[in-house]
Design a protein around this ligand. Structure first.
Ligand code: GLC
Ligand code: CA
Length: 543
């Protein structure tokens, strides 16, 4: 059974989840201590963001050693214990592998810097001479996802200005050359290393951009922003995925391979998914869609249509560690998400955003496929937009000179208990403050404050995840979804014979289809009507 096809997966951003040793940074001890909390939410699995030794130029996505744990997070022994303790609680564990790049401190990159141009050490990366007089210009016009050029020039061992190397992210994250067989072999070993230790699956970072046009052709400056780049949609990717798949399948029961694939078009996106390659991938189209019935319906239809022919399950995500938290997105006039403009500081109605986020949770969890919950969304946390500049750590913020506020605002440490920071994030008496400051208003949003309050976001998530877990109609892929007739601005669909989900995105109360009972509603019904920005799960009358 491919457990990931319909799983609910909780994303643990380790450095912001819980701090076990009091240094102000989340760690594996903290996660282990709170596994009961996660299991109690009713999810099937956890995905942990990178935990490897790293200089933390990009919060751990710059990996210096793919086979160990950063001391700030713990040790390999802690990782083994975490996996075992998760398994004891029925939770699967997905770990994050970053194959596109490593840290500039990785021994291979250090060896490349010390070696000659065109050496075997350099051919594991993308080193090229510069263009223009003296090679002063980068080899091509590619830009980094974090702003600025995608190339940095090195100083050769003899002290002269030398070649340039490619980095699609920060300059501390040199891109691997996946045409190089040593790189491929190395990652096969890394995959086996973690699967041998009991990982149930791998989340593959930046999975669509591993293979580059070997000629490193300039990107077309006239191309529309949605167009393929010289490093996406390359055929060579499939052979890489197939080899990983063979490794994953060699473990009893198989292991999940879940790709992070940022592509704006669901059909292009689905080309990356095949039953003998990548199993599933995050669906960012849904996340970026506005709070609008037609737009959401179109995204859902296109997503399901694109996945069906390749037999892949759809995935549904509202938030993660890279995007503006959805309570905030849904509280603005423009509710879409785009990396081009995070809209920090724009007018915001948090009450409205929260109300919509509650309804969105019921929508997301009722769709067929797997669903991801990003830590803190179950508490209704919003984006922290007013972090002091001195606290900001995201290279996106630094590399754009502050033009892009970056992702720190969705990574603020979780509030667990108590009336003031660190809200139980660090053990009491711990001297260090959380690595990003928490707002005092989170006192009303701690796990402690919300537990057993039936009106809280936390209890809504607990109830919804439990129902999703226990209701075959909601969960099983064998129960397709069928749209039901609904008023303009209302989404209504059926799962299986006897469950319906209705979400009112219009401005007026909506009537509900005939039903036996209400399984769950995001806010109370009023005179049997579904208020604007409210969602409901219904038990239908069986014919
Ligand atoms: C992915 C990660 C993001 C990281 C980037 C570079 O998009 O989700 O956090 O910065 O890859 O590794
Ligand atoms: Ca710590």
């Amino acid at each position: 059974m491919q457990w990931w096809r319909d799983a609910a997966i909780y994303q643990v951003y380790v450095r912001s989840f819980a701090d076990g040793n009091g240094d102000g940074i989340g760690d594996l001890r903290g996660v282990r201590d709170r596994l009961d909390y996660i299991a109690g939410l009713g999810v099937d699995a956890i995905w942990l963001n990178p935990w490897y030794p790293s200089p933390m130029a990009d919060a751990g996505y710059d990996i210096a050693d793919f086979r160990d744990i950063d001391p700030v997070f713990g040790t390999l022994t802690d990782a083994d214990a975490l996996i075992a303790e998760a398994h004891e609680r029925g939770l699967r564990v997905i770990i994050d592998v970053v194959p596109n790049h490593c840290s500039d401190q990785h021994p291979w990159f250090q060896a490349a810097l010390a070696a000659e141009p065109r050496s075997p050490e350099r051919s594991r990366f993308w080193f090229r001479p510069g263009r223009g007089p003296g090679g002063d210009l980068p080899p091509n016009n590619w830009v980094s996802h974090f702003g600025g050029p995608a190339w940095t020039r090195v100083t050769e061992p003899d002290g002269r200005p030398g070649q340039w190397y490619l980095h699609l992210f920060a300059s501390q994250q040199p891109d691997f050359n996946w045409d190089n067989s040593e790189v491929r072999e190395e990652f096969h070993g890394i995959l086996r290393f973690w699967l041998d230790r009991g990982a149930d699956g791998i989340r593959i970072d930046s999975a669509a951009i591993l293979v580059k046009d070997p000629f490193l052709a300039d990107a077309d400056p006239q191309a529309p922003p949605q167009a393929p780049h010289p490093y996406t949609d390359r055929d060579g990717i499939h052979e890489i995925y197939r080899q990983w798949r063979r490794i994953a399948d060699s473990y009893p029961g198989g292991r999940a391979l879940i790709g992070e694939i940022w592509l704006p078009d669901p059909h292009r996106f689905a080309l990356y998914l095949r039953s003998n390659e990548m199993h599933s991938a995050f669906n960012f189209d849904f996340l970026a869609a506005p709070w609008d019935a037609e737009a959401l319906r179109r995204t859902v239809d296109e997503t399901l249509a694109a996945h069906a022919p390749v037999g892949a399950p759809a995935t549904w995500v509202l938030s993660n560690h890279d995007v503006t938290r959805h309570v905030t997105r849904y509280g603005r006039a423009d509710t879409t998400f785009s990396f081009a403009d995070r809209r920090h500081g724009r007018e915001l109605d948090l009450v409205l955003g929260t109300r919509r986020a509650r309804a969105a949770a019921l929508l997301t969890m009722a769709l067929p496929g797997s669903v991801y919950v990003y830590q803190g969304e179950e508490l209704g946390l919003w984006e922290i937009e007013d972090l002091p500049d001195s606290a900001r750590q995201d290279p996106m913020w630094h590399r754009t000179g502050g033009a892009d506020p970056g992702r720190d605002g969705c990574r603020v440490p979780l509030p667990w208990s108590g009336g003031e920071p660190p809200f139980g994030f660090s053990p009491s008496g711990g001297a260090a403050r959380p690595w990003l400051p928490q707002p005092g208003s989170w006192r009303d949003f701690t796990v402690e404050a919300q537990s057993e309050d039936p009106a809280s976001m936390l209890e809504l998530y607990r109830a919804a995840l439990r129902l999703r877990h226990d209701e075959p109609s909601l969960r099983s892929e064998r129960e397709p979804m069928r749209w039901l007739p609904a008023a303009p601005g209302v989404l209504a669909f059926r799962r299986g014979d006897d469950v319906a989900c209705v979400i009112n995105l219009s401005d007026v109360p909506a009537t509900l289809p005939e039903h036996d009972s209400v399984l769950l509603s995001s806010d109370p019904l009023e005179d049997g009507l579904l208020s604007p920005n409210t969602g409901v799960w219904l038990r239908l009358r069986r014919d």
